[in-house]
Design a protein around this ligand. Structure first.
Ligand SMILES: Cc1cc2nc3c(=O)[nH]c(=O)nc-3n(C[C@H](O)[C@H](O)[C@H](O)COP(=O)(O)OP(=O)(O)OC[C@H]3O[C@@H](n4cnc5c(N)ncnc54)[C@H](O)[C@@H]3O)c2cc1C
Length: 898
């Protein structure tokens, strides 16, 4: 229906005056709302912004507490959409104060004359989609309702302050302030007894300044935080030089970075650095005073690995102990309940040192909870504190609070958003919700939002949304809505991403844990700003995958599907490989392929340390065979796993699978012996299998000398190595030993039939290709030999084989033959478990250093090996990454992970 007709009918439909008709209604006039207005107007849409406050600024309008500043360096925390705007404004400090940021946003509003389209002092109270007119109707607490084709919520992630959960606030006779709603007039604290409740970012910023003014300050702390000194001052010279040297390049790098700040990806792992080297890196970061630097530039495994992250946390704790003179107070200020970075670290100026002041008292609410607030002050279960002022720095109902506060938001069929989100927010891309056509959220739950430099994320969202509106206008579509499949897929992708970082291990406002009764789950997208941007772009380049578009004179378009089915890190690896435009391995010849693999592996970080790594040789049929033994750091003797590397019987060696063997040795607590069996074409079928058998028998016979448990061994292998391990089990059964207690087959080659669906579905694009497999087979064995069970174990007799754990990956040509082998083993009465790894490729589990989402699979493999060896289960902290941390209600995102 044409908009003019809609306008006519709608103006009569609402009570309380004429409805305001626009193409697009924007709610909020912070960073997001202002940029939206500028773009929408520039691109010819009629628009209005509705803002509860009486001026622009959003966060920076409301949060006027002492010490309020940004915690991303200001040269990064600003608009970049207009180079002229950039040169028209000069920031005075490295981290600008709230008044300066507010002035900046006012300057932006004036420069683009935005205020004329903003209705201030107007709160949107409810929103309803009218299917007949295909428009949203927004009701407000002040003035006319608004009818719009598109409804964009730029309502902010941290704009809904959380009310205090303490009885008696109303009884208090003194002054009460909320950091998130600080008065505009000066608040005089001099000579007063002040209490601050809360020690998150706002508390940490305001406490040192309040302490300077107050007669006495009592800080009530429930959860200690990690805080880093800001070292504020002039903008950092080296960053400014980088920016001014290549402004466009600098900004572009930020857009494709992990957190929206142009910093490189660290490649060195913590275990590659000595203690003094780690300390030096930490001290350097401490001196720089930059959260993103501290959170990403120390070593590659911080924030993704519990052990790597714990090293940072411990260095932080040392700092706190050094700064805070009273050891008891220091102990209370030291965080132990969350990994560093899992909760947003804070940036401070003299925070810890403030607790050395004689006029400051710290109350640890973990030891003495607040019982109530009384007329004269605050009562804990041990003491009473008489105060004149209470400052609540208790944070926000983050990410969903402001969206849900518009109530109800009724979409298609009258469904209410609060019902649909009862178990946690569900979105597609954090931008849209199924059942709510033409509704967009800027930095909504499911987007990088609060885990990023938010201005970078806001600009990306606004550009993406407005570009879609333009495209719809050009094609004649009038509605756009995410499909169920797409939204469900996004929840799964979010859950996959959440295993990439340690956010899942902490109860924080990122997970909704700070608000009683709120559904729990990691709400922001943890996959990074750059990857997120590339996914949004991919949605468009693949024909709006996951969206249904309709219009009055155009056929409906619905390219249903999930935009990402790969694990997030696997996707990154594949994208990186594609960019490298490598020649197909099979085009290099056997030696060329070996040289390539060796060069490729040389650039990868060394695997993790284990107790001991020993290279040796064992007697093979035609001479010595090399092996590499990995011994756990724990006292032996340990069970022994004889391991066979991958590489299609042609490539690979002990070095290529070294990180995997180290990882599995650590996780299983077993000796791994990686065998250097001979390769084709020099040594064709059945050499690899026979070498493997001879090696397994020798190791079994010499287990004691190797420090292992005598009696039986286990076998394991990946790809062609999985083939060899499977074959050895059959040979050992038929040749009277050795005794094999269990077999771990990771993406094994099991058969020479190439017509199973996975061979076609995953023929190209997932690293191991069909044509590479053909090449391997041709080099290793003749067509006549291929049906021999010593190369196609699926064709052998399977009864009486050792118990098995068979791993297959969704996007692997070998997937179906691995599953067929697992099924056939089970049918033959062999105890077998299968791990069908969703979103993974053939090499996912052996790319230990880059595919973090492979951890949960390797944990399960290690558990299986321990079971086979009769050992009790062993779980390391952090391996619970398999399952996100949860409390009460299961969150939809968390549920999707399972
Ligand atoms: C103290 C503090 C410091 C921060 N520092 C940083 C930082 O250094 N770096 C960083 O990246 N991020 C920081 N943030 C996050 C910050 O919120 C964002 O960077 C950014 O300002 C968000 O802009 P926005 O326009 O999306 O939302 P907001 O700035 O929150 O604006 C949303 C606006 O919507 C209005 N609104 C909401 N609901 C309604 C309704 N129903 N009707 C009418 N109006 C409504 C609100 O009044 C508000 O003005 C900080 C947040 C806080 C609280």
């Amino acid at each position: 229906m044409p908009d003019a007709m809609v306008a006519a009918s709608n103006s009569q439909a609402t009570s309380g005056g004429t409805t305001h008709q626009v193409d697009v209604a924007v709610v909020g006039a912070g960073f997001a709302g202002l940029y939206l207005l500028q773009r929408l107007r520039k691109d010819g849409f009629t628009t209005v912004a509705l803002e509860e406050a009486d001026d622009v600024g959003g966060t920076w309008y409301w949060n006027r507490y002492p010490g309020a500043r940004c915690d991303i360096q200001t040269i990064d925390y600003c608009y970049t959409f207009d180079p002229e705007l950039e040169s028209a404004w000069k920031w005075s400090e490295k981290y600008a104060t709230q008044p300066e940021i507010l002035r900046y946003l006012g300057f932006v509003a004036d420069r683009y004359d935005l205020r004329r389209d903003i209705r201030f002092c107007t709160k949107v109270t409810a929103a309803r989609w009218d299917q007949a007119t295909e428009r949203w109707l927004l009701t407000t607490d002040n003035g006319a309702a608004v009818s719009c084709r598109y409804y964009i919520m730029a309502t902010g992630c941290l704009s809904s302050p959380k009310p205090p959960e303490i009885d008696g606030v109303k009884d208090f006779k003194g002054e009460v302030y909320f950091t998130g709603r600080w008065p505009h007039e000066e608040v005089k604290l001099a000579g007063k007894r002040v209490a601050v409740i809360g020690s998150g970012s706002s508390g940490i910023q305001s406490i040192p300044l309040i302490a300077e003014q107050a007669a006495h300050l009592t800080v009530f702390q429930r959860t200690p935080n990690f805080a880093l000194p800001a070292h504020n001052g002039a903008a950092t010279a080296d960053r400014v030089a980088l920016l001014e040297g290549d402004r466009a390049g600098y900004r572009e790098q930020a857009r494709w970075s992990g957190a929206g700040v142009p910093l490189p990806k660290q490649t060195v792992c913590s275990w590659q650095l000595s203690d003094p080297e780690r300390r030096e890196r930490f001290e350097n970061a401490w001196a720089i005073g930059d959260l993103i630097f501290m959170s990403s530039q120390l070593w590659a495994d911080q924030r993704v690995d519990v052990d790597g992250d714990a090293l940072v946390a411990e260095l932080f704790r040392e700092k706190i102990r050094t700064i805070v003179k009273d050891p008891g107070i220091a102990a209370s200020l030291i965080p132990y309940d969350h990994p560093f970075g899992a909760k947003r670290p804070c940036l401070d100026t003299n925070y810890y040192a403030t607790f050395n002041r004689p006029n400051v008292t710290l109350v640890n609410l973990r030891q003495e909870p607040i019982k109530s607030i009384m007329a004269s002050g605050i009562k804990t279960d041990k003491r009473t504190f008489d105060v004149d002022v209470i400052v609540f720095a208790t944070g926000f109902d983050a990410m969903t609070g402001a969206i849900m506060a518009v109530h109800p938001i009724k979409g298609r069929g009258g469904k209410s958003l609060s019902d649909i989100w009862a178990n946690g927010p569900q979105t597609y891309l954090g931008l849209t919700v199924t059942g709510f056509p033409n509704l967009f959220m800027i930095t909504g739950p499911g987007s990088p939002s609060v885990l990023s430099n938010m201005v970078v994320s806001i600009e990306q969202h606004v550009d993406w949304v407005v570009d879609r509106l333009i495209a719809m206008r050009e094609t004649g579509f009038t509605t756009l809505e995410a499909t169920e499949t797409a939204q469900h897929g996004w929840a799964r992708h979010m859950a996959d991403c959440s295993t990439l970082t340690l956010h899942r291990l902490a109860n924080t406002w990122y997970t909704g844990a700070n608000v009683p009764g709120k559904a729990q789950g990691v709400m922001p997208y943890t996959g990074g700003v750059g990857p997120y941007r590339s996914i949004c772009n991919e949605v468009v380049s693949r024909g709006m995958v996951g969206f249904r578009l309709t219009g009055p004179n155009i056929a409906e378009q619905c390219n249903d599907g999930e935009v990402v089915r790969l694990q997030p890190d696997v996707r990154l690896v594949l994208n990186m490989l594609e960019e490298m435009k490598l020649a197909p391995i099979e085009s290099l010849g056997a030696q060329g392929a070996r040289d390539f693999v060796a060069e490729f592996n040389a650039d990868r970080p060394a695997g993790r340390p284990v107790g001991e790594v020993v290279d040796g040789t064992l007697p093979g049929t035609d001479g010595p065979l090399p092996y590499r033994l990995y011994r756990p750091a724990t006292p032996g003797p340990h069970p022994i796993v004889v391991y066979f590397h991958g590489g299609g019987w042609v490539l690979g060696d002990q070095q290529s699978d070294d990180p995997y063997c180290r990882d599995m040795c650590r996780r299983s607590g077993m000796i791994f012996v990686s065998i250097g069996y001979r390769h084709a074409p020099e040594h064709r079928f059945p050499t690899a299998a026979e070498d493997g058998y001879v090696a397994t028998r020798w190791i079994s016979e010499h287990a004691g000398e190797l420090g292992g448990q005598p009696g039986s061994v286990l076998v394991a292998g990946w790809s062609a190595g999985g083939n060899i391990a499977a074959v050895i089990c059959q040979l050992a059964r038929d040749r009277g030993g050795p005794h094999i207690a269990g077999q771990l087959l990771v993406c094994p080659i099991t058969d020479c039939t190439f017509d199973r669906p996975s061979y076609n579905d995953n023929a190209t694009g997932y690293f191991l290709t069909r044509s590479l497999m053909y090449w391997f087979w041709d080099i290793y064995c003749s067509p006549a030999d291929r049906i021999d069970p010593r190369v196609s174990p699926l064709r052998g007799k399977l009864a009486g084989l050792p118990q098995a754990f068979v791993v297959t990956c969704e996007f692997d040509p070998l997937r179906d033959e691995g599953i067929a082998y697992g099924d056939a083993l089970a049918a033959a009465g062999v105890p077998v478990e299968q791990l069908k790894a969703r979103g993974h490729i053939h090499s996912s589990f052996t790319m230990v250093d880059v595919v973090i989402t492979g951890v949960s699979g390797r944990v399960q493999m290690a558990e299986a090996l321990r079971r086979f060896a009769g050992l009790p289960p062993e779980r390391k902290q952090g391996d619970e990454g398999v399952r996100p941390a949860r409390t009460a209600t299961p969150h939809k995102i968390a549920a999707a992970a399972e």
